[in-house]
Design a protein around this ligand. Structure first.
Ligand SMILES: N[C@@H](CCC(=O)N[C@@H](CS)C(=O)NCC(=O)O)C(=O)O
Length: 291
């Protein structure tokens, strides 16, 4: 250990707004809206309110995969929620997700809008609605849901634990980085062993479990998260690498990654998506820029 423990917690915790970490401006110890703001509504049955983070990308991948399969009912409007600017605390967003986190989906295809929040719940909702990417047979379904819930329980150790202390905390602390690096490497090994024997996470078929796990652990394997590829020696997880590469090449995954994305090359960002042709416009912009 190189850092000296010099903090004694007070009897009662109080909100110290200036804790210095990245995202300190949006972290608060209370729920509920901070301001009145209705959510926009587009022309499609499904309205997605999100941002191109790993949790947001799960849903845009699923929607693009459904559309690629020919499910016209999966047409969607994707609206940008800028969490760094506090959009998740607007009254309309809180009505869609009382937990104030992206992604949130509103299904307006029936007489009464249905809200769905939590990315895992949204994936299951869409899989059941369209009868796709979640096997009907009992054993395969149980395996898929087990891995989906594995992701929901595991990723906070990767993002909120490892990623926060390695990349976002105001200074480096050996204890939490060590603790969460150990856990994340264990999780990568869980996936690597599974993928050594299976093409996809739940077995021979591509499912919502892959769509949930790939943006986090596939992104980590590809070196997209936290600048930690070397530190975690992600290249050593050969089967995760093979799977991450194969999924990343799917056209629907490429499209899904662009939606609500506000980082990276301008040509990789489609801030809002309201029509399939929005991607083509982006591609044309890219070709023009290359001229
Ligand atoms: N368990 C949630 C996690 C969602 C989540 O953490 N979303 C983050 C972005 S990836 C967010 O909206 N953060 C805003 C905030 O914490 O205020 C899910 O999977 O949907």
């Amino acid at each position: 250990m190189t850092d000296t423990p010099d903090y004694t917690p007070p009897k009662v915790w109080t909100w110290n707004k200036a804790n210095g970490g990245r995202f300190a401006n949006i972290n608060r110890p209370i729920a509920g809206p901070t301001h009145d703001k209705d959510l926009p509504v587009g022309r499609h049955p499904l309205q997605l309110y999100s941002l191109g983070t790993p949790n947001g990308v799960k849903i845009t991948i699923m929607l693009e995969e459904l559309l690629a399969l020919g499910h016209a009912g999966a047409e969607y409007d994707a609206w940008l929620i800028r969490i760094g600017e506090g959009d998740q605390f607007g009254s309309g967003f809180v009505a869609a997700n009382p937990n104030s986190k992206i992604p949130a989906l509103v299904d307006r295809s029936g007489p009464t809008p249905i809200r769905v929040f939590e990315s895992g719940a949204i994936l299951v909702y869409l899989a059941e609605k369209f009868g796709a990417f979640l096997p009907a047979e009992s054993a395969a379904r149980a395996e898929t849901l087990s891995w989906l819930f594995w992701q929901m329980g595991s990723a906070p150790y990767l993002g909120g634990g490892f990623g926060h202390f390695y990349a976002y905390a105001p200074f480096k602390m050996e204890y939490p980085i060590d603790r969460f690096a150990m856990e994340v490497k264990r999780q990568l090994d869980v996936l690597d062993r599974r993928l050594a024997e299976n093409a996809f996470i739940a077995g021979p078929d591509y499912t919502i479990a892959d769509m949930a796990i790939w943006p986090w652990y596939g992104g980590l394997a590809k070196g997209w998260l936290y600048g930690a590829a070397e530190f975690l020696d992600v290249a050593a997880y050969r089967h995760v690498q093979r799977w991450a590469e194969a999924i990343g090449e799917r056209p629907a995954v490429r499209r899904g990654r662009m939606v609500n994305r506000v980082q990276g090359e301008a040509s990789s960002q489609l801030h809002e998506r309201h029509d399939a042709s929005d991607f083509e416009t982006r591609t044309q912009d890219k070709l023009k820029a290359a001229e």
